[in-house]
Write a protein that binds this ligand. Structure first.
Ligand SMILES: CC(C)(COP(=O)(O)OP(=O)(O)OC[C@H]1O[C@@H](n2cnc3c(N)ncnc32)[C@H](O)[C@@H]1OP(=O)(O)O)[C@@H](O)C(=O)NCCC(=O)NCCS
Length: 414
């Protein structure tokens, strides 16, 4: 066998019998075991399909487009649950009884107020700074000023409660408006909208906010949750884990996408311009935001729910036209690229409808995702081993150290 042929051969990794048995369960139809081992143990770029740990929090079926939190279907939760109940479910592993949910909701409500030191820090930030940068500062500051006597679980509830207050404070400070203290008698969703807009929202807007929070509450080992788990696995604290997660969520490939969808909708302008717009983007090999997903190979179930809701809430001409534009893009992406919408395609429409400005979309995503991050961090602590993978080294092995004065640029770049 020539050197080239040898290099083209898949590298085989020896695995224990136990690992072999586990990997066998992950084989695709008719896939030879060597291929499975190579696929799951070697470096697929971006860790695609790599199973990085066990979890009983969230299940995604990417082929059938199903999403379960603790076994409960997202369709049921979006229709029948509330943010409070879903957060309890994620954090505690079971649906609460009515007295449990009442106690949890009042605990959350009592923890909404953020320390005045955190407000002082947030109000020293430039009004035009990125809202996710400000949120990162706010969560990090909570780690210093939150009640030091909290248990680990109380800390998790406190963060879930306070992230919303931090986000609303960032928004009010940006617009030089009074920062509103939370109202304990409102539901989580209603109070959040109240703290942002200054008005107690209608029942319909509260329901929409509630559903948006539920839909974003968890999504298995997405980039920000994985970041949180890696940080927790070093036995660092919960605030550090959530601060790191906020940093990961900021990226446009993760949390920033729905804001870009709203920009794209107004760039397109009207439904008759969709064809030309998308063709030119695809011809230039540009990605269309709101489409594609690492796990879903069909329509993201959250996108389905949001699209159905959009048909009900979109009443103004502007909203109806935006919906038509998105649906037209959806049809073209399906026929041209066989790509389906992800959660971000229709969520911006819903957020704008309830008065959340586009620049606040990613921070609102963080408000929704906080219970998921926290459930994963607690799960990590409960059965911890430091997350410390290996890299396949592809650099030089025998570099010769040449003293600075004798180095040529060719040697340095070798
Ligand atoms: C979500 C996302 C980051 C997943 O990335 P990934 O699993 O690494 O997938 P890739 O970027 O490798 O995409 C695989 C192929 O589909 C194409 N593709 C994926 N998403 C696409 C999109 N939104 N528009 C056009 N083409 C897309 C890629 O160009 C690539 O094609 P190629 O194999 O011919 O090069 C990716 O689909 C994306 O960037 N989408 C747009 C941003 C977005 O909506 N993010 C929100 C995620 S919830």
């Amino acid at each position: 066998m020539s050197k080239q042929e040898k290099q083209a051969q898949p590298k085989l990794i020896k695995v224990s019998e136990e690992t072999h048995a586990k990997l066998a369960g992950m084989a695709k139809w008719n896939e030879p075991m060597d291929r499975v081992i190579q696929r799951l143990t070697l470096q697929t770029k971006g860790l695609e399909d790599v199973v990085a740990g066990q979890s009983s929090i969230c299940f995604i079926d990417g082929q059938d487009g199903r999403l379960l939190y603790r076994g409960y279907d997202i369709d049921d939760l979006a229709q029948k649950s509330t943010y409070e109940e879903t957060a309890y479910l994620l954090l505690n592993g079971h649906l609460p009884t009515s007295s449990e949910v009442r106690a949890f909701a009042s605990d959350l409500a009592s923890k909404r107020l953020i320390p005045s030191d955190v407000i002082s820090i947030l109000t020293t930030l430039p009004r035009n700074c990125d809202a996710m940068d400000a949120l990162r500062v706010g969560v990090a500051a909570l780690g210093i000023f939150d009640d030091p006597m909290y248990t680990q679980h109380e800390r998790a509830v406190s963060i879930a409660a306070k992230v919303a207050t931090v986000v609303a404070a960032i928004h009010r400070h940006k617009h030089d408006q009074e920062i509103l203290p939370p109202k304990e008698d409102l539901s989580f969703a209603s109070n959040f909208l109240y703290m942002v807009t200054g008005e107690v929202p209608s029942e319909a807007d509260t329901k929409l906010m509630d559903v948006l929070l539920i839909l974003h509450a968890d999504h298995e080992l997405n980039a920000s949750t994985f970041t949180a788990r890696v940080i927790a696995s070093t036995l660092s604290d919960v605030y550090s884990a959530v601060t790191g997660a906020v940093g990961a969520l900021k990226g446009p490939l993760h949390g920033g996408a729905n804001e870009k969808v709203v920009e794209m909708t107004s760039e397109v302008g009207s439904p008759d311009k969709v064809d030309a717009y998308i063709s030119s983007k695809l011809a230039n090999k540009q990605k269309i935001t709101g489409f594609g997903h690492r796990v879903y190979k069909t329509m993201d179930p959250r996108a389905k729910i949001l699209k159905d809701m959009a048909h009900k809430f979109a009443k103004s001409d502007k909203e109806k036209e935006a919906l038509q534009i998105l649906e037209k893009i959806e049809a073209i992406m399906k026929s041209e690229k066989n790509l389906y919408p992800n959660v971000d395609l229709y969520s911006g429409l819903a957020l704008n409808h309830i008065g959340v400005p586009s620049y606040l979309f990613t921070p609102v995503f963080a408000v929704g995702r906080a219970p998921g991050w926290l459930a994963h961090v607690l799960e990590q602590y409960a059965d911890n081993r430091i997350i410390r993978p290996r890299a396949e080294y592809v650099g030089p092995l025998r570099s010769k150290y040449v003293p600075q004065e004798k180095r040529t640029s060719a040697e340095v770049k070798q």
